[in-house]
Design a binder for this molecule. Structure first.
Ligand SMILES: [Mn+2]
Length: 440
């Protein structure tokens, strides 16, 4: 009995001495986590937005906040059907996007190198931002615009021109006009007929009233400091085309993925289809990985360019259909006509890579083939036949691929160098195939 009491006392002692230690340990962990969150994650969040989530004790964070994946119940048949429907309709998960704030917070992804003093010109010009949309999901489009408004210094943003390439979803009409009435910098330009992305972008560019043009897709999210280093490069040299680094936003759960982006550069093979190559495959070396670097090709819709240079290049080939290959065309002539393409690691823009291309629904022709043949004929000199062969086309004819005389004259007017120069200077990694006519 005495032993039993002794044991019980011992146990009680142990329990009493153990409990406070556990409480102290748990409290310490919570404090450390809180400090970490406030100092390392919240450091760049404007106080106004932080307040929106309530006091320290009560605040909760909306889905997708800070770029984390959106969680939703995939096993619920109603939700699963909604997700499937929106993937077909928009090429992305509208259900998840609608759960995310149209002004969601994102982390500042820049390397400290980018923020060092005197990195940028002290005075930068303002830009017009041109965004073309066609049947875009509401929350995706509105979030794209807010990310520009919220993360661009007001004096650098001249205007945002939204070009509606004849969308037929009703919420993109009056509802969109009314929504952006509160934002005078946002202008909506409606096309009366469907012109396709390429020509719609040109309409937007020509209606812009700034000399500096920045193009974005309608399914992007800009992060802090995205614009300044792009404008800096083009302000220093008006024949530079500056490309942001494109982070991938997952089309299913809106996760802002940043892990591989900085290791990649835009490129293509002889089929002219754009793809990413590893940066280390390129010949040029740089002192710091955040320095802007020479890039053979742009992915497409995201870049800053000087209006006068774009005009001298003959804008895009408006004879091309809908979209596709205009990015390669602009990349080639950017290099061949006295300029260069630079990817800017300090500029980070998220982009939803769509799982389908609703832009091309109801289009029966092979627009990529059509546009590639035009591009090869105008810009690739003795190498044009390689592209035709890869595509199984015997030769260019005007009745099949449209007239290109004006495009060739524009190339002469702009005094552009031969395609061979592009291969040597911009893209020596693209090895010419062994073709008798080229080697002889
Ligand atoms: Mn896109």
């Amino acid at each position: 009995m005495a032993l039993d009491i002794q044991n019980r006392m011992l146990c009680n002692c142990l329990r009493f001495s153990f409990l406070p230690r556990r409480i102290i340990f748990t409290t310490l962990c919570a404090v450390v986590l809180l400090i970490h969150y406030n100092f390392f994650i919240c450091e760049n969040i404007p106080p106004r937005i932080q307040e929106g989530y309530g006091s320290e004790r009560t605040r909760s964070y909306p889905p997708g906040d800070m770029g984390v994946p959106v969680l939703f119940n995939k096993t619920n048949p109603t939700i699963a059907a909604a997700v499937k429907g929106s993937l077909h309709r928009y090429g992305l998960n509208e259900y998840a996007s609608d759960l995310v704030s149209v002004r969601r917070r994102l982390p500042d992804l820049r390397d400290p190198w980018c923020r060092e003093p005197n990195r940028l010109l002290p005075v930068l010009p303002a830009t017009s931002v041109v965004i073309v949309f066609h049947n875009e999901a509401w929350s995706v489009l509105v979030r794209s615009v807010h990310s520009v408004l919220d993360r661009t210094p007001a004096h650098l943003l001249h205007e945002i021109i939204l070009v509606d390439d004849c969308s037929h979803f009703p919420y993109l009409k009056t509802q969109l006009d009314e929504y952006f009435q509160a934002y005078p910098k946002v202008k909506i330009h409606r096309l009366k007929e469907r012109l396709g992305l390429i020509r719609a972008r040109m309409i937007g560019a020509k209606s812009a009233s700034s000399d500096f043009l920045t193009f974005l897709d309608a399914h992007v999210e800009c992060t802090k400091g995205w614009l300044e280093p792009l404008l800096d490069l083009v302000a220093r040299n008006s024949t530079t085309i500056a490309l942001p680094t494109i982070d991938r936003i997952d089309e299913i759960d809106l996760h802002f993925k940043t892990n591989v982006t900085l290791l990649l550069a835009g490129s293509f093979e002889w089929d002219l289809n754009f793809g990413w190559c590893e940066r280390k495959m390129l010949h040029q070396r740089y002192a710091h990985p955040s320095e802007p670097f020479d890039t053979p090709a742009m992915a497409g819709g995201l870049f800053t360019i000087h209006r006068a240079f774009f005009e001298r290049l003959g804008w895009y080939d408006e004879g091309m259909k809908i979209y596709g290959m205009e990015n390669i065309e602009l990349s080639l002539k950017g290099w061949m006509c006295g300029g260069r393409l630079l990817t800017v690691p300090c500029s980070r823009v998220g982009h939803i890579q769509k799982s389908a291309h609703p832009y091309l629904y109801n289009i029966s022709m092979d627009v990529a083939l059509y546009n590639s043949v035009r591009l090869a004929e105008v810009w690739m000199d003795e190498y044009h036949q390689v592209v035709l062969d890869v595509n199984g086309v015997r030769r260019y004819t005007e009745d099949l691929f449209g007239p290109i005389g004006e495009r060739k004259r524009a190339r002469v007017r702009a005094k552009c160098k031969p395609f061979r120069y592009y291969l040597e200077r911009a893209f020596p990694e693209l090895k010419p195939p062994a073709i008798m006519s080229l080697n002889s």
